[in-house]
Design a protein around this ligand. Structure first.
Ligand code: HEM
Ligand code: HEM
Length: 228
């Protein structure tokens, strides 16, 4: 059978994925260690927030297979996948469900983290925007949701291994090289997601980080001079 190689995952999508993996592991480890490592946890968390913001914009302006519209798991698409009639590069409709679920739970973790406090000395940068009770509540959700992350990441890696071992379809290599071998001549390489799109995505990411790091919050007034 004649096969050819086409570009499916652009560089920003691949960098997003592997940086996300490294930073989520770092956030998990530093979050569990607590103590002074919580400062690093906050930095990893803010970096993850930036990555997620970038991926959302890239899902609109990125190249063909990175666009959300390309892989929205509609009932029709899921049906055709389950009937074995799905034959397109990019995320398949079931994989897409897990992609959206992973993105949603990561966003939830990042947003709750920004408002959390560790009851000792560390707080997320937006903690002062909410009451103590709300911050404590969000810290609780932040602690519970990492279990959800563990379950979904385990399912995700399990699914990737299932594809490799049972379906003999290596999904990891394209996520590293960006290139996939396809047999169908109708399959087109990814288009778009050029420099302008990248700059737009970076600018919007910077705007999100400006808010996420609380840079707009007025510093508290200096304490009045001590009375002699
Ligand atoms: C999105 C990726 C993140 C992951 C996977 C993550 C994971 C964790 C984990 C595992 C803990 C320890 C929970 C425990 O003590 O049982 C934790 C605590 C914490 N995280 Fe995150 N976190 C993330 C993002 C963030 C962000 C963006 C911030 C804020 C900048 C943040 C702030 C905190 C704080 C303040 C705590 C202490 C909460 C407490 O002790 O109740 N996290 N996180
Ligand atoms: C913290 C752990 C991980 C998280 C949060 C995560 C998250 C994600 C997300 C959000 C995507 C969608 C990519 C996109 O379109 O932007 C994805 C895809 C993918 N991930 Fe992960 N991932 C994790 C770990 C891993 C690991 C360890 C591997 C390798 C074994 C892996 C292999 C893949 C592959 C091959 C795809 C593409 C799937 C496809 O072809 O449809 N991931 N992952």
């Amino acid at each position: 059978m004649n096969t050819r190689k086409i570009r499916i995952w652009d560089l920003p999508t691949r960098l997003f994925h592997w940086l996300l993996v490294v930073l989520v592991v770092a956030a998990y480890v530093t979050g569990q260690m607590g103590g002074s490592m919580i400062e690093w946890h906050g930095r990893a968390g803010v970096a993850i927030t930036g990555l997620l913001a970038f991926r959302i914009v890239w899902g609109i302006v990125g190249s063909t297979y990175a666009r959300f519209a390309d892989f929205v798991p509609t009932p029709g698409r899921i049906g055709s996948y389950l009937r074995g009639q799905w034959n397109r590069p990019g995320h398949n409709p079931l994989g897409a469900l897990s992609v959206f679920a992973l993105l949603a739970i990561m966003i939830f973790q990042a947003v709750t983290g920004l408002f959390s406090n560790d009851e000792i000395a560390f707080s997320g940068p937006l903690r002062d925007l909410v009451s103590s009770a709300t911050s404590d509540q969000l810290s609780g959700l932040h602690r519970q949701n990492y279990w959800v992350i563990i379950v979904f990441v385990a399912l995700h890696v399990g699914a990737v291994m299932f594809y490799a071992l049972v379906k003999k379809d290596d999904l990891v290599k394209p996520m590293i090289t960006g290139v996939k071998e396809v047999a169908d001549p109708a399959h087109e390489p990814a288009r778009g997601g050029g420099t302008v799109a990248f700059i737009v995505a970076l600018a919007l990411t910077a705007a999100v980080l400006y808010f996420a790091t609380g840079s707009f919050i007025e510093p508290p007034p200096p304490p009045p001079p001590a009375a002699w």
